[in-house]
Design a protein around this ligand. Sequence first.
Ligand code: FAD
Length: 418
Amino acid sequence: MGIFMARTDAIVLGAGIVGVSVALHLAKRGLAVALLDRGDPGQGTSYGNAGIIEGNTLFPAKFPAGLGALLRIALKRAPEADYHVAFLARVAPWLLAFRRNSAPERLVDTMQAMRPLFSRAIGEHAALMAESDAERYLRRTGWLKLYRSDAGLAGTARERAIAAEIGIPLRVLDMEAARALEPSLAPVFRHAVFWEQAASVSNPLAVTRAYAARFKALGGVILRGDAMRLHQSAGRWRVETAEGPVDAEAAVVALGPWAPDLLEPLGIKLPLGIKRGYHRHFRPRGNAGLARPVLDAETGYCLAPMEQGIRLTTGAEFAARDAAPTPVQFARIMPAATGLFPLGDPVEERPWMGARPCFADSRPVIGRAPGQGGLWLAYGHGHLGLTLGPVTGRLIAEMMTGETPFCDPAPYRAERFG
Ligand SMILES: Cc1cc2nc3c(=O)[nH]c(=O)nc-3n(C[C@H](O)[C@H](O)[C@H](O)COP(=O)(O)OP(=O)(O)OC[C@H]3O[C@@H](n4cnc5c(N)ncnc54)[C@H](O)[C@@H]3O)c2cc1C
C-alpha cells in the first residue's frame, strides 16, 4: 500500500488522553488529522491513573507545609512522597518554584486560573463519552477523602470555605456517615469530606481507546512512529511514520512527560518537572467493594475501584523519568491501606509506573509554541491530566480553528515562564 494520506491539516504527536482528545476535537471541526504515537493509544501515563475526573479541584497539590512533614520525606519515611538522592540537585530549582507557588495567596491564584478548565471537565468528558459509546465507564459517585486526625480535617477549612463561596457542594462526614457510603472501609479514620460532584472512570485505558475509536470513525488516522522525527519541510511540519511521511500545516505536541525530548532541541525549554507515581491492583477480599475512589489524605494514597481490581495509587516520587522503578512507597503505604480496606492478592507481578508531567505552577501549557510557526503545545497536566484531557482538546481546537475560545487561554501560555 502506498502513502494513503501524505497531507493533512494537523499532526497530533502523542496519543494519551490529551492527544486523543485534541485529535478528536480537531476532527469534529472537519480537519484532516493524523494522530501519531510510538505505541497504541492510552498506554503511557494515561494508562495508570486513579481514574478521578476532578471537576471540583480548587487547590493543587502543594509543597509540604511544616518542618515535620519535610523531615519525614527527607528521611524517606513519608508514605506520600519519595525521591532519588542523585536527582535532588537537578530538581531543586523546580522544587523551589513549587514551594513559592504553594504560598496561600498563590494557591488562590492557581485556583482562579484553572477554574474555567476544571469547571467544564466532567461535562466535556460526558459529551465525548456519549458520542464514543463510553458512558458505561463513567461513575457520578463523587470521591471521598478521609482524615485520620482532627488536624487533617481542619487543614481543609479554607478550601471548604472557598467551595461554599463558589457553590461547589461537599459534605463533611463523621466516620459513621462515611461508612454508610462505603461499608467496606474499616473504622480507622475520624472524618471524611465527600466531594459529591466529582466523577471517576472504571477503566482509563478503555476511555482513551473509545475516544480514539471515535476519532477514527470521523475519518482521523492513527499512525505509529517516532515523534522525535518531526521536522520542517518546505514550511510545513513533517514526520516519518511506519506508513510513510505525513505533513501538515500544524502540529500539536501532546507528548506528556516526553514533550521536552522533542521541544528542547527546537529551542523551547520550559521547566517541566516529573512526579513519578505507581499503581497496583488488588483483589478485594470476600464481597468487599468500593463505589468511588477513596483518598487516605494524610497517608497520601488512593484506592480506586477499577475493572481490573482495586487500584492502589501512590503519591509523588521525585526521580528521573527514565530511572529504574523504585516502588518503595508501597512498603510504607500497605499497612495503612490493608488496615483501611480488605485488600487481597495483588493482580500483577509488579507495580505499574508512570510519570506525571508537572509545571511548578500547576497549570498545563496549552497554546502556540513560542518561535515556531504552526507548532502548538498541549502538555504538563500533572496530577489531573485525565480530568483535563477533553477540555484541553476543546480549547486548543477552538484556538487552532479561529473560533472564540470558551475561556481566556492566557493563563496557559508557554510565555508565562519568561
Ligand atoms: C499514579 C497516578 C495517578 C493519577 N491519577 C489521576 C487521576 O485520578 N485523575 C487525573 O485527572 N489524572 C491523574 N493522573 C495524571 C494523569 O494520568 C496524567 O496527567 C495524564 O495521563 C497525562 O496525559 P498525556 O496525554 O499528557 O500523557 P501520556 O498519557 O503519557 O501520553 C503521551 C503519549 O506520548 C507517546 N510518546 C512519547 N514519546 C513519543 C515519541 N518519541 N514518539 C511517539 N510517541 C511518543 C507515549 O507513548 C504516550 O502515549 C495520575 C497520574 C499518575 C502517575
